[in-house]
Design a protein around this ligand. Structure first.
Ligand code: MRU
Length: 343
C-alpha cells in the first residue's frame, strides 16, 4: 500500500503530494518546523493524513528535545496545531498524543519517547483499519454499474491508507460491484485531477476526469448514480466541512435525485460544534487563484477570495459512512447514538 506518511529512523517520511502526478518524490523531515510547513504548504494534505503527520511531528519534537521538557513539548504541539484550522483530525490527533503523554506520568525519557512514537504509529495504523471498516459498511450503498462522482481527494493519499470516500469505492469494487468513478478536477489546487486520478489509475480503477463545472451536465445526462466525498469536520447536527466545491456538488445531487454520501471516521467529528457557521474555514493565499502550475491565469492586482473549504448542510446529505456504521438522518440523533457507542 502507498505510504502516505511514516516514521522512519527517527524522522517523518512522506510522499510530496505537490509533485504528483509528475514525480514520486519522498521527503525526509527532521525538524518540527519542517513538519509544520509540510502541512501548511500541503506536501501532505487530507484531514486524517494531516492528523497522522501531526502525531508523528509531536513524537519527533519530543525526540529532538533529548530530555523530558513538558513546557518545550507544548511549544511543539502549539506549532503543529497552528498549521491548518479546518480539519478536526489535526486537533484530535494532537489531543490524543498529549493525553497519552500525561498518562505516562514519571516514566524515564527514553520510555516516554518509545511510547509516543508507538502511539503515533497506532494513530496511523488505526486510521487504515477504520477506513477498511468504513469501506465494508459503505460498499452496501453501491450497486453494480454505478457511476460515482467524487470531489477532491479522500483516498489513500489523504489518510493512513485505503481512503475514506475512495476506500468505500475500493470496497465496492472488492465486493464485485463494477462501479465507474468520475473525479472532479477540484480547483484551485487540483487534488482531484492530480491525486485522485493518480491513485485510482495506479490501482487500475476505471476513472474519468471532469472539470468542476461539468458535474451538473454529467448528472443531467444520468451518468451519476451516487456521490461520495470525505470530510474535514462534521458537527453534532451533521454539517460537513469539506473541500471547496463540495456544497455545490451536494446541491446538484439533490436537484438530480442522486444520493450524496460523506465518508469520514469519528476523528473528523467535532461534537463541541452544532452549526455549520461555527466551523473555522481556512482561507488561503490569493496567489493560488492567479496562476496554475506556474502559468499566470489572472491579471496581477485583481482581488481574490480563496476559501479552502465549504459547509454542506445535513439536509443535503443522504448518509454519513463511518467506522461505526452508516448514519442516517436525523443526524443529531444518529451521530449522538454512534458517539455514545464506542468503536
Ligand atoms: O485542502 P485539502 O487537500 O487538505 O482538503 C482535503 C479534503 O477536503 C478532503 O476531502 C478531506 O480532508 C477528507 S480526506 C479523507
Amino acid at each position: 500500500m502507498l505510504p502516505t506518511v511514516a516514521w522512519k529512523d527517527g524522522s517523518v517520511v512522506m510522499i510530496d503530494q505537490r509533485r504528483l502526478p509528475g514525480e514520486e518524490v519522498y521527503l525526509t523531515l527532521q525538524g518540527v518546523e519542517e513538519v509544520a510547513q509540510a502541512i501548511e504548504k500541503m506536501a501532505v494534505r487530507g484531514a486524517p493524513a494531516i492528523g497522522i503527520t501531526a502525531a508523528y511531528g509531536a513524537a519527533l519534537g519530543y525526540r529532538l528535545l533529548g530530555r523530558d521538557d513538558p513546557e518545550a513539548w507544548q511549544e511543539t504541539l502549539r506549532r503543529l496545531a497552528a498549521t491548518r484550522p479546518t480539519a478536526k483530525n489535526l486537533f484530535w490527533a494532537l489531543d490524543r498524543m498529549e493525553r497519552f503523554y500525561r498518562q505516562l506520568g514519571g516514566a524515564p525519557y527514553s520510555e516516554k519517547l518509545t511510547a509516543l512514537v508507538r502511539e503515533a504509529v497506532a494513530i496511523d495504523e488505526e486510521d487504515v483499519e477504520m477506513n477498511r471498516r468504513m469501506g465494508r459498511y459503505g460498499a452496501s450503498l453501491f450497486q453494480d454499474g454505478d457511476g460515482i462522482l467524487t470531489h477532491c481527494n479522500a483516498g489513500a493519499l489523504a489518510t493512513g491508507g485505503y481512503g475514506t470516500a475512495l476506500g468505500v469505492i475500493r470496497a465496492a469494487l472488492e465486493a464485485g460491484k463494477r462501479v465507474h468513478v468520475f473525479a472532479d478536477e477540484t480547483r484551485p489546487l487540483l487534488q482531484g485531477a492530480r491525486l485522485t486520478c493518480w491513485e485510482l489509475l495506479r490501482d487500475g480503477i476505471d476513472t474519468t476526469l471532469i472539470t468542476d463545472n461539468m458535474a451538473a451536465f454529467l448528472m443531467q445526462k444520468g451518468r451519476v448514480q451516487r456521490v461520495v466525498v470525505g470530510a474535514d469536520r462534521i458537527t453534532s447536527l451533521g454539517y460537513v466541512a469539506n473541500k471547496i466545491g463540495t456544497y455545490g456538488v451536494a446541491v446538484l445531487a439533490k436537484e438530480h435525485g442522486v444520493p450524496f454520501y460523506v465518508a469520514a471516521p469519528f476523528s473528523t467529528f467535532d461534537l463541541s460544534l452544532r452549526e455549520g457557521e461555527e466551523i473555522p474555514i481556512e482561507e488561503r493565499r490569493g496567489a493560488e487563484l492567479l496562476s496554475l502550475q506556474g502559468v499566470t491565469t489572472a491579471p496581477a492586482g485583481v482581488k481574490t477570495w480563496n476559501p479552502a473549504f465549504d459547509v454542506t448542510p445535513p439536509d443535503l446529505i443522504s448518509a454519513l459512512i463511518t467506522e461505526r456504521g452508516i448514519l442516517f438522518p436525523p443526524y443529531h440523533l444518529s451521530i449522538a447514538e454512534a458517539a455514545a457507542r464506542k468503536g
